[in-house]
Design a binder for this molecule. Structure first.
Ligand code: FES
Length: 582
């Protein structure tokens, strides 16, 4: 029956499709349909195999079943139903012959398969299959499904995945997911798709059913919840914390949950567990973006695992550090309480950096206490820590082991203190600075010489005709792994007065298209934001230098490009052959 949205069109002469043959016909919309002549009767289907897009005109028809020639998915030629459970159904069209011509009733091609593709994405997440995820996300976005809806499904999956399959290390998956989404928003089209797909891959994996966590029976007061969470955190009872957090939300105390978790994790006994503060920051952003309703399983489960994690017996240096920081707690609390009366905006930053990198934890902690008592703004101290980490990444030797996991942890921890301050307040952020100081001490094996952060950097300028040439040179150096040269080139490009923002965007694009491991996403996002936050500081060029060096040194080319490009073309309705022809 003809509907208002559909129309019969003449697509070929019957003589062009002999019995037993097939023919592809390209339509205006960019899609192609396949015509089959089976014993004189004409059938019409979408020519794009729903599995991976192979042209179905190259398939085989037997007993009314069309089998694709690539991976042998088979379909009912008339109704399009797929006999393989893990594949979509095929779109078919009514066809008839009139006076030696083939006429086909073309639908409106409007997108009507949202539920199918959401299910496909869910399957891809469970099986951690990058192609399935890429295809589903590309189809959903191309079909006009809002990105937020796609991301919410990924979020629901990661909550269950981490709750059933991960300990506190699940924070790394959340980091890649949240940072991938944040980075993706800075790009469009294929660049955005690859960022979202890479983020989704971080969330992929098994997600078993688990018993629902139910709140504690009433009456329970917030005062008790707070007391118990602190105690369970100290005693490493994660599962007890999770139930307390569910209870707090049900009591209407959701706003107090994240500040409490931040307070727990800033405690001295968590020195050496910097990923706690970082991961709590990302969990806070998840709540900001999606609200408690959608984020609660993830936040309560992972949050409890983070602040309730076992810490083992501390080795000598860490034991000393915990003791020193604990002894300074009353002074820190006082300093923060009185800060508003004597806030200063600038200070001897080089002396502070010198103390932090002195490999003397007493001296480093004394320096932190001193700047806090002097009234230096927390935001200013965070900027110092961010740029100190970037500067170290910009100068670490790359010929043996550059120490990227440690150095990126320094950078992410420093930047995460901005969220810790926003959610947990100045006292939490101040304690976080001690954690950052400890991390620098713990990374002493890196042996990166100390350098005054305010000292001018090299002023050499890049000898190239213009900005375009500079960007090309640097991207080429990243792609061809010129790790010894890339840092100097980035600095010389910036010294020449060319746009750092543009270079950052181009470097980000190069990173997105080549980093299926996705480990660089948190650093990329951090540099994007800190480039804006630290714009006035003489060392801020080191943010781009450090990113370029890191991206070049860890670069691995794993062909993520082809999965995403093919998925984009697939969503446009092109067969794999047309994709290759393009
Ligand atoms: S079965 Fe057709 S593309 Fe895989």
């Amino acid at each position: 029956m003809t509907t208002p949205e559909s129309k019969w069109i003449k697509v070929a002469a019957v003589s062009e499709v002999p019995v037993g043959e097939a023919k592809a016909v390209r339509l205006e919309a960019g899609r192609s349909i396949a015509l089959f002549n089976v014993d004189g009767k004409i059938y019409a289907t979408d020519n794009q195999c729903p599995h991976m897009g192979y042209p179905l005109t190259r398939g085989v028809v037997r007993h009314g079943i069309l089998t694709c020639d690539w991976h042998e998915r088979s379909f009912d030629l008339e109704g399009g139903g797929c006999f393989n459970v893990e594949c979509d159904d095929l779109q078919t069209f009514p066809a008839e012959t009139r006076n030696g011509e083939i006429w086909v009733e073309i639908g409106d091609f409007a997108y009507k398969r949202k539920d199918e593709h959401l299910r496909l994405l869910w399957e891809g997440l469970l099986s951690a299959d990058r192609w399935t995820m890429s295809k589903a996300i590309a189809l959903l976005l191309k079909g006009g499904v809002p990105e937020a809806e796609v991301v919410e499904l990924i979020l629901r999956h990661i909550g269950r995945h981490i709750a059933s399959s991960h300990g506190s290390e699940g924070g790394h998956d959340v980091a890649r997911l949240i940072n991938g989404l944040k980075v993706g928003r800075r790009y469009k089209d294929a660049d955005r798709l690859i960022a979202i797909t890479t983020a989704a891959c971080s969330a992929a994996g098994g997600a078993a059913e688990r018993l629902e966590v139910v709140p504690l029976p009433h009456p329970v007061s917030w005062e008790n919840i707070e007391r118990w969470v602190r105690m369970f955190s100290h005693d490493a009872h994660a599962e007890r914390i999770e139930r307390c957090l569910f209870t707090a939300r049900q009591m209407g105390e959701a706003d107090k949950i994240l500040p409490l978790l931040f307070e727990c994790t800033a405690e001295p006994h968590f020195l050496g567990f910097a990923d706690n503060l970082i991961s709590l920051g990302y969990l806070s952003e998840t709540v900001d973006e999606f609200g408690w309703e959608k984020a609660s399983e993830l936040v309560f489960n992972l949050g409890a695992k983070l602040v309730g994690r076992g810490r083992g017996e501390p080795e000598r240096f860490r034991r000393d550090a915990v003791r020193i920081m604990r002894s300074m707690q009353p002074a820190i609390d006082d300093a923060i309480s009185n800060a508003s009366t004597r806030e200063v905006t600038d200070y001897d930053e080089d002396a502070f950096v010198n103390a932090l990198t002195s490999v003397d934890i007493q001296r480093a902690f004394d320096a932190v206490r001193n700047v806090l008592e002097t009234g230096v703004k927390i935001e200013r101290l965070i900027t110092t820590l961010v740029l100190l980490a970037a500067d170290r990444m910009a100068r670490t030797p790359v010929n043996v082991d550059a120490g990227w996991p440690c150095l990126t942890m320094e950078l992410h921890l420093a930047a995460s203190l901005r969220t810790a301050q926003r959610i947990g307040g100045d006292k939490v952020a101040a304690k976080g600075i001690f954690h950052a100081a400890w991390l620098l001490f713990a990374d002493r094996w890196l042996n990166i010489p100390s350098r005054p952060l305010t000292e001018p950097l090299s002023e050499t300028e890049l000898d190239i005709p213009d900005e375009d040439a500079g960007v090309r040179l640097i991207i080429n150096s990243i792609e061809t792994l010129k790790v010894q040269e890339i840092g100097g080139q980035v600095l010389a490009y910036l010294n020449a007065g060319y746009s750092g923002q543009r270079l950052l965007e181009e470097m980000g694009r190069a990173i997105l298209w080549n980093d299926t491991g996705s480990q660089i996403l948190p650093t990329l996002r951090t540099v994007f934001e800190e480039w804006e936050n630290c714009a006035e500081h003489p060392a801020h060029y080191q943010l781009l230098v450090c990113l370029a060096r890191y991206a070049t040194d860890i670069r691995t080319n794993k062909d993520s490009q082809s999965a995403t490009t093919t998925a984009m073309r697939f969503a446009e309705g092109k067969t794999t052959v047309e994709v290759f022809e393009d």
